[in-house]
Ligand binder design. Structure first.
Ligand code: HEC
Ligand code: HEC
Ligand code: HEC
Ligand code: HEC
Length: 658
């Protein structure tokens, strides 16, 4: 007898063991990815709340504050590609006003570098309306962003701006009135390279510096000496604003201890040389620099602009206007920015992009795996956040952007190239699709292809993660579970959008609810769940105004009414929807009121709402959505706008109603 027990035990371990191990190692993999991403995206800066706390301990009378930014590259706000991003004009403005509320009146300086870095300086010429080459159009977009940035600086009340030589022209071409001071620096000329501002009871002098190398420091030493003594006589503190390379700043700090601090727009580490503080900026406006000066002490910190800092409403509006203009002006949408310029397949003029759908015809398995990955919903992501027309985003969320035959914003003939399709990794596939050979497609996908999009700016930690995430693009891994799909999606900042399409009287739809709702319930608000209904519109009512439209449903009028009821309950009693649905699943033949009462819903209120006009509009939405996604049968599960293959979640659901 004992022998049998032992045998059963061993058998169980042998059969179940690998499965348990797989579950365990998958959980471990996901945890590792989450932790690595978290670590890589940490912002090394003081939180605004902590900084405000520090300010509250000191008096504005004894401490002067200078806030500074630089090398912001007209970055309006973070892209939203991962959790925990810092930066953005609306948050910067909020941080500044929170600091002002504590009683301080900080000086506000930008150290230059507002123009996007890829903009070559010699292309800053003004342009004629009829000379719209691609290059000029790129510049139009950038110009537009720079104008928005300058306007935001004006609204925030900047005191001074020290542009780079290369960007003076673009700034002279500005379309907005700016009241802050434009600084320049030319110690070889007889211009005054300084500005003195009174802050509280003290006077702060800002001296601009732009010296290429230590030799130039020696060359201007006489001039700088006399300038500094002139400035010192009129002020309490002297702060250098420097476009010089970091090693030149060090030399300056050693030679001229009368500087309290030298601020640079470039990236670097805060250092003290003698008594002089050297401070730097985080590119793209990720943080706000803050210099505190007292008679005896100095302190430099970078303030984090993470999502704990809310948006300033005025600057938010300014950006909304900007996005609105880009969305409505086709000239602002054209982009010539291309990825993969080092890959030979993309440079072949005879080839072109053809779309993932064509590949499906011969590579069904690869297609099926891909279509459940987040690459296949990358464009939906942009639609959800309302940036589908913005070239700054589209490049990495579509296929072949910037190439002659690739995706183009607003061109309906290129809709099949949305998402990170097959051809982003494998190269343009037209020649291969017509004559399938190994030679005319990229069979080996080098890491460099992934990191063209998965850059540290958009996908921090990816270089450490690549071997851990490769399995997610491995086409042989087709039998994912729904749990795996959801948990992979949950790593990003956006909740997975889950839509379950049913007909409320369809027994298989109801089975799907029984199968899936308890599962979704476990994820609570980590997913966005929406119950959807498959309804049709009577052909004859195509032309009619919306309130006269006749709807159709496979199981007739009673189903249509139950659909409406469930829509009403989802809206009025979202917390009780699942309970109601599960009750109905067991008692579909009985009166709905029984279930409504059992889960304590207001029957009268529901009955009234079902008759409302609003419901008609909502039903029209359901018709629209069903059509958009080509949903045919009940039940159909959709995640992030893509239908999930039934085999991955069906369980006890035996069929579909069509
Ligand atoms: C008409 C059928 C057909 C279509 C359409 C098609 N392929 Fe292929 N593909 C093949 C065949 C057949 C092979 C195997 C070729 C061989 O082994 O010589 C192949 C091989 C490949 C390979 C492997 C190459 C290697 O080096 O091992 C990749 C990658 C590939 N295809 C990608 C794609 C992509 C991407 C598309 C869509 C743009 C696509 N295929 C469209 C038939 C097709
Ligand atoms: C054309 C740009 C592009 C290329 C090339 C690319 N990706 Fe992606 N990848 C994206 C985008 C965009 C997303 C986010 C999609 C979404 O959720 O909207 C993403 C998402 C992912 C995710 C899920 C992210 C997460 O942690 O939630 C993984 C894993 C991934 N990619 C791996 C790869 C690998 C491995 C390669 C190379 C074999 C690769 N990608 C190539 C653009 C790209
Ligand atoms: C250089 C390529 C690149 C650009 C440009 C880019 N993205 Fe992304 N985006 C990615 C990658 C890669 C991911 C996946 C990041 C990850 O999880 O590792 C991603 C993820 C996202 C996500 C998260 C999706 C989710 O499921 O949680 C959002 C939202 C997003 N991007 C929006 C944008 C917006 C808006 C812009 C423009 C302002 C933009 N992206 C520009 C590459 C890019
Ligand atoms: C995120 C990048 C990425 C995308 C998108 C992608 N693949 Fe692949 N594909 C790979 C990688 C990586 C390999 C493995 C090749 C290697 O070892 O380098 C591969 C291999 C292949 C192969 C060779 C045989 C196999 O299955 O391993 C085919 C065929 C293929 N892909 C077709 C497709 C098709 C069709 C699509 C679109 C439905 C697609 N791929 C989308 C990265 C991608």
């Amino acid at each position: 007898m004992k022998k049998y027990i032992l045998l059963t035990l061993i058998l169980t371990v042998v059969v179940v063991g690998p499965f348990v191990y797989q579950q365990w190692s998958e959980a471990k993999r996901l945890r590792y990815i989450r932790e690595t991403k978290q670590l890589a995206s940490q912002v090394h800066a003081t939180s605004l709340a902590d900084y405000i706390q520090q300010l509250k301990q000191i008096s504005p009378d004894s401490t002067q504050l200078l806030l500074f930014t630089g090398n912001t590259q007209a970055q309006l706000e973070p892209c939203g590609c991962f959790i925990g991003q810092s930066g953005g004009l609306p948050r910067r403005a909020k941080a500044i006003s929170r600091i002002r509320e504590t009683g301080f009146s900080p000086l506000l300086i930008d150290l230059g570098g507002v123009q996007p870095s890829q903009l070559p300086s010699m292309k800053t010429h003004s342009f004629e309306a009829d000379d719209l080459s691609a290059d000029n159009e790129v510049i139009m977009q950038d110009q537009h962003r720079i104008q928005t940035t300058l306007t935001a600086m004006e609204i925030m009340g900047y005191d001074a701006f020290f542009p780079f030589d290369a960007e003076t022209e673009i700034i002279q071409n500005r379309e907005v009135d700016l009241s802050f001071t434009f600084l320049d620096s030319d110690l070889t000329q007889d211009s005054d390279s300084y500005l003195i501002k009174t802050v509280g009871e003290k006077r702060i002098a800002m001296v601009t510096l732009d010296l290429k190398d230590p030799a130039e420091v020696a060359l201007v030493s006489k001039k700088l000496n006399s300038l500094l003594s002139e400035v010192q006589a009129q002020s309490d503190f002297v702060v250098g604003l420097s476009h010089s390379p970091i090693e030149v700043n060090r030399v300056l700090a050693q030679k001229y201890p009368s500087f309290s601090a030298i601020l640079s727009p470039y990236k670097g580490e805060t250092k003290k040389i003698g008594e002089v503080l050297l401070a730097y900026c985080n590119a793209k406006g990720k943080t706000l620099g803050a210099l505190m000066l007292t008679d005896t002490e100095m302190d430099i910190q970078q303030i984090a602009l993470t999502e704990q800092v809310s948006d300033d409403p005025d600057i938010r509006r300014l950006l909304d206007d900007f996005y609105h203009q880009v969305a409505t002006d086709h000239q602002l949408q054209i982009t010539s920015h291309r990825l993969f310029s080092s890959q030979q397949e993309e440079q072949d003029d005879k080839n072109s992009y053809i779309g993932s759908q064509t590949c499906q015809e011969c590579h069904q398995q690869e297609f099926s795996q891909w279509s459940h990955s987040s690459h296949a919903t990358a464009f939906n992501t942009l639609r959800t956040v309302g940036r589908e027309y913005y070239p700054e985003c589209v490049t990495c969320h579509v296929t072949g952007s910037g190439y002659e035959s690739g995706y183009q914003i607003g061109n309906p003939k290129r809709e099949h190239l949305v998402d990170v399709g097959c051809e982003t990794c494998h190269g343009p596939g037209k020649l291969h699709a017509y004559t399938p050979l190994k030679e005319n497609i990229r069979g080996q996908v080098p890491e460099k292809v992934c990191t063209a999009c998965h850059t540290p700016e958009h996908s921090p930690g990816f270089d450490q993660l690549i071997e851990y995430v490769m399995s997610e693009v491995d086409h042989s891994r087709t039998q994912l579970s729904l749990k795996q799909i959801l948990e992979q999606r949950m790593r990003g900042p956006m909740k997975p959008a889950v839509e379950l399409f049913v007909m409320s009287y369809c027994p298989y739809g109801v089975q799907a609810e029984q199968e899936l709702l308890p599962f979704f319930e476990k994820y609570g608000d980590r997913i966005d769940f929406k119950l959807r209904f498959i309804v049709g519109k009577d052909e004859a009512s195509e032309e009619k105004p919306s309130e006269q439209v006749e709807f159709t449903s496979l199981h007739g009028e009673p189903e249509l009414i139950e659909n409406k009821r469930q829509m009403v309950i989802a809206e009025l009693y979202p917390d009780k929807l699942f309970d109601y649905l599960l009750c109905r699943a067991d008692h579909l033949e009985e009166a709905w009121v029984n279930c409504a009462q059992e889960v304590e819903l207001d029957v009268e209120r529901i009955a009234q709402a079902v008759e409302s006009e609003k419901i008609t509009m909502q039903l029209l939405e359901e018709v629209q959505r069903t059509k958009e996604l080509s949903v045919k049968g009940s039940p159909t599960l959709v995640i992030d706008g893509r239908i999930i293959d039934g085999s991955l979640w069906r369980g006890r659901v035996s069929e579909t109603c069509r």
